[in-house]
Design a protein around this ligand. Structure first.
Ligand code: ZN
Length: 126
């Protein structure tokens, strides 16, 4: 399960950082998850709760900000961030992420944002 392994890595990273700061507990974790990661926020929250049980993260608040995809045209440099990909992403009959073309010049768009999965911040008790 994609969400489980990703969330496990996040929890391990948070615990690691918390130890470095001599924390007793972690009370809030903020994540930034790009929509192109195809991670389900609900699944991540579910896994987070399960994995953090019995650790210093137990009962921790999880705040997830979903970031939209950002594309850049390789030929004219146009930045496109208004493409609504929700229907494509959640249509599970679609084989994979389709490639998009630039509305200005018709060339291929490169993904420059929306694939990130980062820990934006955390609040600890020392
Ligand atoms: Zn273009």
């Amino acid at each position: 399960m994609h969400e489980y392994s990703t969330t496990l890595a996040i929890v391990e990273k948070v615990i690691d950082e918390a130890h470095k700061r001599n924390a007793k507990r972690v009370i809030c974790v903020e994540l930034k998850i790009g929509k192109l990661t195809l991670l389900s926020v609900e699944q991540v929250k579910f896994c987070f709760e399960a994995i953090s049980k019995g650790t210093m993260l137990e009962g921790c608040e999880l705040v997830i900000e979903q970031t939209p995809p950002v594309f850049k045209c390789q030929s004219c440099g146009r930045i496109e961030n208004s493409i609504n990909i929700d229907t494509l992403l959640y249509d599970h009959t679609a084989p994979s992420i389709p490639s998009f073309v630039c509305p200005a010049c018709g060339n291929r768009l490169e993904i420059v944002g929306g694939k990130e999965c980062i820990i934006k911040g955390m609040r600890i008790v020392v």
